[in-house]
Design a protein around this ligand. Sequence first.
Ligand SMILES: [Zn+2]
Ligand SMILES: [Zn+2]
Length: 269
Amino acid sequence: MKNAHVIDSHSLTFVDSHCHLNYPDLFSDIDGVLKRALEHDIRYCLSINTRLSEIDALKKIADTYPQVFCTVGVHPHDAKDHGIADMLDQLAHHSTHPKVVGLGETGLDYYYDNSPREQQIESFEIHLDASTRLKLPIVIHTRDADADTLASIDKYPNATGVFHCFSGSVELAKAALDRGYYISFSGIITFKKAEELREVVGFTPADRILVETDSPFLAPIPHRGQPNQPAWTRVVAEKIAEIKGMPLGDVARITTENFFTLFSKAKRI
Ligand SMILES: [Zn+2]
Ligand SMILES: [Zn+2]
């Protein structure tokens, strides 16, 4: 019994299902970043690829740290810099690595329009095709592109994945859930003006929710203005617990199970 407290404090496990550990704000202190994550019970991190030129750096991080997995894919912002012709082969090739457990992030971003929309759609549909062929989930980034995102998804009904850093409408969330996708919430749910998003958290079934930071971006309240870090996944989980009136332990257990169900190639250590 005298160890009960110690056991208790180590009983939670969270997964940061979306971070960018190779970006300078995190990579420059990666040992410290992962240590602080562990101190907050974030025992696994999925580091997300945005450009194929960075996949080798990501694989190296995942090879170095047992608790880190990674994805391979092309961000919609970067679609313009990637050839479409060999993209499917590249995704297939890199995903043979044992720590590459998913595809993306991919999707459509019509808010920034950093790549021409036609190229974003082509790249997104290659990832959807790859998800179907390789049986790996995709990480979807979508902003101001609801109709086109759903139209592409509907062409590949056997693809699976997650709408990451969800910041869309109630309607988009319902459409994603109807199609069997998971929804991942970030620190945005702590922002003052995110009332509709908290409504989405309220009705999304717990067994379809993932948690993430999208670090080094989007630090949650009360850490605004600082580089975000995986440790603050805990702030997101605490907010979900508060909104849903659930014990934090249940949020930890269920969202971690969800992660390993969706990203089934990832093995617990
Ligand atoms: Zn994103
Ligand atoms: Zn991201």
